[in-house]
Design a protein around this ligand. Sequence first.
Ligand code: SAM
Ligand code: SF4
Length: 317
Amino acid sequence: MQDSFGRGITYLRLSVTELCNLRCRYCMPEEGVCKKRHEEMLTQEEMLQAVRAAASLGITKLRITGGEPLVKPNIVELCRGAAATEGIREVCLTTNGTLLPQLAVPLREAGVKRLNISLDTLDAEKYRRITRLGSLEQALAGIEAALDAGFEKIKLNTVLIGGFNDDEIPQLAELTRRWNLDLRFIELMPMLDSDEFGPEAFLPYTVVTEKLPQLVPAAADGGVAKLFRLPGAQGNVGLISPVSAHFCAECNRIRLTADGKLKPCLHSSAEFPIKGLDYEGMREQIKTAILAKPQWHGALDYSHHSQAKRNMNQIGG
Ligand code: SAM
Ligand code: SF4
């Protein structure tokens, strides 16, 4: 289905939980989330019904995200159900990777084709600092498990944070030589609780090309990243610039939060509830949300915070 600005909407990002086993400083408060009542959250059946309704309106690609999707009980069954939905051609999943040693093979067998795994640093102490709880060793073990499980594509997501990991840009990019995967640097977005980051943390994607002059442009893959490659590398280095050069004109996605709110735009406060609706009701509400998709997300930078009124773990990054 097309939105009011002629953009074809083919991509649904489904957040299956707000909970997480980490507490990344740019994503979640230290104390975690105030756990909502079970009745407020979508059930697994409602999530799959929403996927069916979305597919009937032209959604072909689904990304399962969170919070951390792998902490959700029955995540494998949910992925299997989504992958079996008529019209859904591709189920992808975004994860911090720490539970992949146990779950990579079952997820692949359930029909998940592609994985995005978050990794902001290769330094164990810095990993612990940015995630507040995590272990780099566990995250790297998750990446290795994913590589062994035979996914069609694996991408690492690195949030670029000035004064934290800009000194590691070359080492992180080198992972595309060591492993058959892409690594994407993503500009830090000023979400609800990003106050601990000063202006120096918000780096434009161009710092990557400045630090890696040997990068050569690579063929586009239809995604939002500008793609480059290190000579001799197995995968691409991607640059994603939601802040310094937004890609709203090509945006093809809508989002569904774990508490059942359709979000036509990541950075807008507009939300359309679907909790408790039947199939037809969800279908109508998805149409309404698509038609309400704004032309662009409005000013977004250190002094203009996202209008989303939620942190990323409560939207689904
Ligand atoms: N827990 C999973 C993970 O970490 O990959 C999936 C959910 S997480 C919210 C999805 C992505 O959003 C991660 O790659 C994370 O780094 C990114 N993210 C969260 N907050 C962000 C922010 N303020 N700016 C840029 N990216 C952010
Ligand atoms: Fe959890 Fe992912 Fe947010 Fe980190 S970025 S706190 S891993 S949801």
